[in-house]
Design a protein around this ligand. Structure first.
Ligand SMILES: *Cc1c(COP(=O)(O)O)cnc(C)c1O
Length: 368
């Protein structure tokens, strides 16, 4: 966004404020859809559950939604998303959660263990099951296979068990790790899927769906591959080995990350031991919660970068010492009231923000 436009909106609405760009939301969705032709995209609501964003994606062609909880179901329902477009991906659910989703009309669920499969026996005529396989990715920002997923070598056995229980096994899902910069992780997982599907077919179990999960990376402080190049080896593998399957994905970050820009103001400053400390009106307990939970660092822009530079710290507004955002950075002298802008603030930011210390969450305004 143009800095002058940001200043106009800040003057109108105050700070902290998150601008949700409708055009960027559509562009992110269409770019990924073009990069993964034939793959149905289930937006992972967890990454940013703002109804304005869901409503934008809802109007995109062939868009789907990945929900994990009753709360997320309520949100997509309020945005007019019909149940046929939803997939329930939480591997652990209470009976009441399963009923809630079934009552809404969701028909596809994820399991990764035998106890969870047993919960579906009463609903075996209504619910289809995806078996979640774990894919280890220690090199990745956020590991999503530490807590969930059955080992690849045990995935077939679990599918067979589910089948023998009379459940309808529809497919296999995995998550290659969030902000995963290595497309070969998907190939590794798809290789396992290929073998598992072969074994299942021999046993008369027909796997229809391969769910390649989320994980697609976006640029923060460093550039990542353009999404089309990133997805190319995945597309090639799918077109070679999985032409007769329905392929779906659960992208979160790659869709929501680029959509939001944060504007925050300097509330106060203090020269402490030769270092300029600036206290912003947004911090770790607000939209920057992703620094803590998601291990993300967001690119920053100032109105002007001219003039002499000083060693500086940017801190959030709360009274907690943990609420420090950037240390040891070189900045021009900032004035109280100056506006700072941060990009790529859409994924795992507002989603985990709190009202700690009485600071309200950033206001969200849809732009463009
Ligand atoms: C968090 C999550 C996603 C979204 O992951 P991204 O890395 O944001 O794309 C998709 N599927 C499941 C099961 C998840 O838990």
């Amino acid at each position: 966004m143009e800095f002058t436009r940001v200043q106009e909106l800040v003057a109108e609405h105050g700070t902290p404020i998150l601008f949700l760009s409708e055009s960027r939301s559509r562009e992110a969705y269409r770019n990924l859809a073009a990069a993964l032709p034939g793959v149905d995209l289930y937006y992972a609501v967890k990454s940013n559950a703002q109804p304005q964003l869901i409503s934008i994606l809802e109007t995109e062609e062939r868009s789907f939604f990945d929900v994990c909880t009753n709360g997320e179901i309520d949100i997509v329902k309020r945005c007019g998303v019909r149940a046929e477009r939803c997939l329930h991906t939480h591997p652990i659910k209470r009976d009441s959660d399963i009923r809630y989703a079934l009552d809404y009309g969701i028909k596809l669920f994820v399991c990764d263990n035998e106890d969870e499969l047993l919960k579906f026996i009463p609903y075996k005529n209504e619910a289809g099951i995806l078996i979640r396989m774990s894919i280890q990715n220690p090199g990745c920002l956020v590991n999503l296979s530490q807590k969930f997923g059955v080992a690849p070598e045990k995935t077939y056995d679990l599918i067979k068990k589910a089948h023998d229980m009379g459940l309808c096994v529809k497919g296999i899902s995995f998550h290659a790790g969030s902000q995963n910069e290595n497309p070969l992780k998907y190939i590794e997982a798809l290789d396992y899927c290929k073998d598992i599907c072969g074994r299942a077919a021999l046993a008369g179990i027909n796997i229809e769906i391969i769910d390649i999960g989320g994980g697609f990376p976006i640029s923060y402080l460093t550039q990542v591959l353009p999404i089309a190049s990133f997805c190319q080896p995945i597309v090639e593998y799918i077109s070679r080995y999985f032409t007769n399957y329905r392929i779906i994905a659960e992208p979160g970050r790659v869709l929501s990350g680029p959509t939001m820009t944060l504007a925050t103001k300097v509330m106060g400053r203090s020269l402490r031991n030769g270092v300029w400390w600036y206290y912003l009106d947004e911090g770790i307990y607000g939209s920057f919660s992703g620094k803590m939970f998601d291990h993300a660092d967001y690119p920053m822009f100032l109105g002007s970068m001219g003039g002499e530079r000083y060693n500086s710290v940017l801190a959030g507004p709360t009274c907690d010492s943990i609420d420090v955002l950037y240390e040891n950075i070189s900045l021009p002298l900032l004035e109280i009231g100056d506006v700072l802008v941060f990009e790529s603030m859409g994924a795992y930011t507002v989603a985990s923000a709190s009202n700690f210390n009485g600071f309200p969450k950033a206001k969200i305004v849809v732009v463009e």
